[in-house]
Design a binder for this molecule. Structure first.
Ligand SMILES: Cc1cc2nc3c(=O)[nH]c(=O)nc-3n(C[C@H](O)[C@H](O)[C@H](O)COP(=O)(O)OP(=O)(O)OC[C@H]3O[C@@H](n4cnc5c(N)ncnc54)[C@H](O)[C@@H]3O)c2cc1C
Length: 411
């Protein structure tokens, strides 16, 4: 029995619902379910595993470290489809992501706090653009609008919005605990028959006449009809296993999480310089926009792509800088104990958009590399499973195929 099977925490209703899905999955598998190995147990691999197992595939998830140990551990985890998600095809994919979080939340016990987000703008240069974008959002079906001070003081009594020229309220948004959510998807996949192995590194692919027959791993070979690369910011994975280079940007980011605190903030705050939300359990999550002051020592350290700060004192320095920035908007946030502060690398394709689809060079190897992966995980899982099991290309992924021309960062 794996760790996941031991740790399954589903209530009776969820269990019965999954049992029904498992029966369907077994039936489908008996017919012709493919054997799929998913490399990467972040939130993307976990959601794909759940949806594939539900659709009748025989699923093995492997991770060279463990579930939610990279971007999905340090993510700010705002679930949104706000004005900056452009163009419309990308916006629609994010909108579908938000919707799927809502529809899967109770089935999988996903820890999401809804209530919307408040985005502040302090500078004049964005003002006209925001007016246009908010009108566009309304045309696109988003519950988005500007809010003024009287309503703001009701929405967020403890927050000081003075000095901001505009505040945009996007009512559909929420935020999650990305580690707990990753485990919830994996638990549900295991309940449907998936296997999860870690530490287990993908080291090679086995091919016969260009078709995949299996994968090589640090724990031995696994027979497989399809391989999904949900390997996040691992820059060489596309080239090594899909024979297809996915150009990625170096995009580090830092987040910090406090111990549980009395409620200071209700919604996601996306303020100039700092981002904040407070989970239902009281933990405050902070993210920063600019990162640390640039210097030679930092630049040298970043070259090694660290997945942790070099020492706890340095982690706390970063966390304290974010808290001080947040205090500008949350005067009551005078002190905090930090449970964690992390540096993480965003899986950010060069143009900013997801890479989703079979490798043009190896059709049995499917690439699933993206930013905004927390927002997108549930819908991406569903669409990838549909493409792999039914062989039906999803129209909504047409703009995000691996063989597109990668321009500059789009959003
Ligand atoms: C600071 C920060 C803030 C963010 N904020 C948001 C936000 O507010 N909203 C949002 O939607 N998104 C946000 N994101 C983006 C989001 O977190 C990511 O898009 C998402 O977590 C990606 O998940 P993933 O599963 O693809 O990658 P990861 O979580 O990085 O998982 C990839 C996994 O692949 C494994 N792996 C790699 N190579 C191999 C191999 N050869 N064999 C086996 N396993 C392998 C790794 O060990 C890792 O566990 C943020 C990201 C960061 C870093």
């Amino acid at each position: 029995m794996s760790d996941f099977e031991r740790n399954l925490r589903l209530d009776r209703r969820q269990f019965l619902q999954l049992l029904g899905a498992a029966a369907l999955a077994r039936k489908a598998r008996a017919a012709a379910g493919p054997r799929v190995v998913i490399a990467g147990a972040g939130i993307i691999g976990a959601s794909i595993a759940f949806h594939l197992a539900k659709a009748g595939a025989s699923v093995t998830v492997i991770d060279r470290v463990g579930p939610a140990t990279h971007a999905s551990r340090g993510s700010f985890a705002w679930i949104n489809a706000t004005w900056s998600k452009q163009p419309r095809s990308y916006h629609q994919l994010n909108q579908a992501g938000v919707q799927r979080w809502k529809s899967l939340q109770s089935l999988l016990n996903l820890p999401v706090r809804w209530g919307g987000s408040l985005e502040g703008n302090a500078g004049p240069s964005l003002e006209a653009e925001l007016v246009r974008r908010v009108a566009e959002q309304q045309d696109w079906g988003e519950r988005t609008r500007f809010v003024e001070s009287i309503e703001l003081s009701k929405l967020e009594p403890g927050v000081d919005f003075s000095g901001l020229r505009q505040v945009v309220f996007s009512e559909n948004d929420g935020a999650t605990d990305p580690v707990a959510a990753t485990h919830a998807f994996l638990n549900a996949a295991v309940a449907l028959g998936a296997r999860v192995e870690h530490p287990c590194e993908l080291t090679g692919v086995k091919l016969a006449a260009r078709r995949l027959t299996g994968v090589q791993t640090s724990r031995g070979d696994i027979p497989a009809d399809r391989l999904v690369l949900a390997t996040g910011a691992a820059a060489d994975a596309g080239k090594r296993f899909a024979d297809w280079d996915v150009p990625l940007r170096d995009a580090p980011g830092a987040t910090a999480v406090t111990t549980p605190m009395p409620r200071l903030v209700q919604r996601v705050l996306w303020m100039p310089g700092v981002h904040v939300h407070q989970r239902d359990d009281g933990r405050i999550v902070l993210g920063e926009e600019a990162g640390p002051p640039q210097g030679e020592a930092h630049a040298l350290r970043l070259q090694a792509h660290p997945n942790d700060f070099p020492a706890r004192e340095i982690a706390l320095e970063h966390a304290e800088r974010m808290r001080a920035a947040a205090q500008r908007y949350m005067p009551g946030f005078t002190r905090a104990e930090f449970e964690s502060a992390r540096i993480c690398w965003r899986p950010l394709p060069l143009d900013g958009y997801p890479v989703l689809g079979a490798s043009p060079a190896r059709p049995d190897v499917y690439l699933a590399i993206m930013h905004s992966g927390v927002t997108l995980a549930p819908v991406v899982g569903e669409l990838v499973a549909q493409e792999i099991v039914n062989g039906q290309p999803a129209d909504s992924l047409a703009d995000f195929r691996p063989d597109r021309k990668f321009g500059e960062l789009g959003s």
